[in-house]
Design a binder for this molecule. Structure first.
Ligand code: LLP
Length: 423
């Protein structure tokens, strides 16, 4: 559920009219709802409350929406952070997330990022290879620190999602192979500067079926027992993120957080570990929209093209994953039509929807792309020299700009003319 609703014929974000907001901040713009973020954060927390030893740590996957205002909202609800770069770690710290609530995932951690994370005293490094473990051991030893570590284990389970966001098959780049995990733990436990404390798994994103997750978790449970039998003190299991959100109201909804929690309760029974979760999309996906204005409607061979002022650079998901986003007119005229919704970028891939049945719109109308709060603004680029869109956070009747629109001057001024001495 979300807080984007029609009131007196105008789509609102909570109590704020999107017509008014577009007049104030221009388009395109990302608009987030605090009430929706809060609600989703609570629903997930309730679904996993009481599972495992002690309270679970919910580490929000920062990559889904790294705006510091969003992170600090989640920090206030007790959330930690799952980060995949030194940059995300800095954002989480800026948002006031305690270091012990931060997990460092990511397949290519550099030496500098490791040193920074050790200095900050983060809670856990999810190691992706023995090579990485060896480097972290060196860095930690040099600094006189001990790095709390888990291996991300690749359970070789097909998550049944889009290939580009599937991570748990043996041919994917993520984690160490399940079968060689006991040997890897044995070698790494002998390294100085590392304290083995757990296991981690994440098999993919936008999962719409619990069965692959359950298969993966069951394998992790067996591994926890095997590692303990080998003498490792396994006290934490990080079950990753990945639970999908409804994008298309005409398709079956993904399992609820409650159903996910019940499955986790069943499969982790007797593990006797503290559980960690890394949800991203579930928390912020439906809490954001991309507000855009129709530049003009152009006749097509059979279907008209609605050209909007947002492009694939602003919301990459349709171009990258053929993702489906619902579109609603902000001031619906009361009838529907079929249209191709496209952006202004000079690529055929800059297409948000083909032959979409939607509210009929005309040039100048506002359109909202729904479910754009996760992997939206964060994946934007400036392709076609299009400045980055602003981000607006709504809170009841109030709104705040939480990232200003990039100016074209700032974009161009970042380029530097070389001062050659060579002729
Ligand atoms: N943990 C790890 C280690 C991850 O790699 C990810 C997402 C998450 C947690 C959070 O997954 P979530 O709960 O959000 O599904 N850009 C793509 C999604 C990429 C997901 C990458 N990893 C998209 O727009 O669909």
């Amino acid at each position: 559920m979300d807080h984007f609703t029609l009131r007196d014929g105008v789509l609102h974000a909570e109590d704020v009219s999107l017509v008014r907001l577009a007049e104030a901040v221009g388009t395109p713009a990302y608009v987030y709802s605090t009430a929706t973020i809060r609600r989703h954060a609570r629903v997930f927390a309730d679904a996993v409350a009481g599972l495992g030893r002690g309270a679970p740590l919910i580490a929000f996957a920062v990559k889904a929406n790294p705006n510091v205002a969003v992170l600090s909202l989640l920090a206030g609800l007790g959330y930690g952070a799952d980060v995949v770069s030194g940059g995300e770690l800095r954002r989480a710290r800026r948002a006031g997330i305690a270091p012990e609530k931060i997990v460092f995932s990511g397949v290519g951690k550099t030496e500098a990022e490791m040193a920074f994370a050790l200095e900050e005293g983060i809670g856990q490094f999810n190691l992706e290879s023995e090579e990485e473990a060896a480097l972290l051991s060196q860095v930690a030893s040099r600094m006189g620190r001990t790095a709390p570590v888990a291996f991300r284990v690749n359970p070789d389970v097909d998550a049944g999602t889009h290939a580009k966001i599937s991570t748990g098959r043996s041919e994917n780049k993520f984690g160490i192979p399940y079968d060689s995990a006991p040997a890897a733990y044995a070698r790494v436990a002998a390294l100085p500067g590392l304290a083995v404390r757990g296991v981690a798994v994440h098999i993919g994103s936008q999962l719409t079926d619990l069965a692959p997750l359950e298969r993966a978790f069951a394998k992790i449970g067996a591994l926890v027992a095997a590692l303990r039998a080998d003498g490792h003190a396994i006290a934490y299991a990080d079950l990753g993120g990945g639970l999908g959100v409804p994008y298309d109201p005409d398709r079956p909804a993904p399992p609820s957080p409650a159903a996910y929690g019940a499955m986790v309760a069943r499969v982790t029974q007797g593990w006797d570990v503290q559980l960690l979760f890394e949800p991203g999309r579930l928390i912020v996906g439906n809490a954001g929209i991309l507000l855009t204005r129709v530049i003009r409607v152009k006749p097509g061979a059979s279907t008209p093209f609605v050209i909007v002022d947002a492009g694939m650079n602003d919301l990459m998901r349709p171009a990258l994953y053929d993702a489906w986003h619902a579109m609603r007119a902000v001031t619906p005229r009361g009838d529907l039509f079929s249209a191709n919704i496209v952006g202004p970028v000079c690529e055929t891939g800059d297409t948000f929807a083909t032959e979409r049945r939607m509210d009929r719109v005309e040039g100048g109308d506002l359109v909202a792309f729904l479910t754009a709060g996760a992997y939206g603004a964060t994946m934007a680029s400036t392709y076609n020299s299009r400045p980055l869109t602003p981000e607006i956070l709504v809170n009841g009747p109030e709104w705040a700009t939480i990232r200003a629109r990039q100016t074209i001057e700032a974009l161009i001024d970042a380029d530097i003319m070389p001062q050659w001495t060579h002729p």
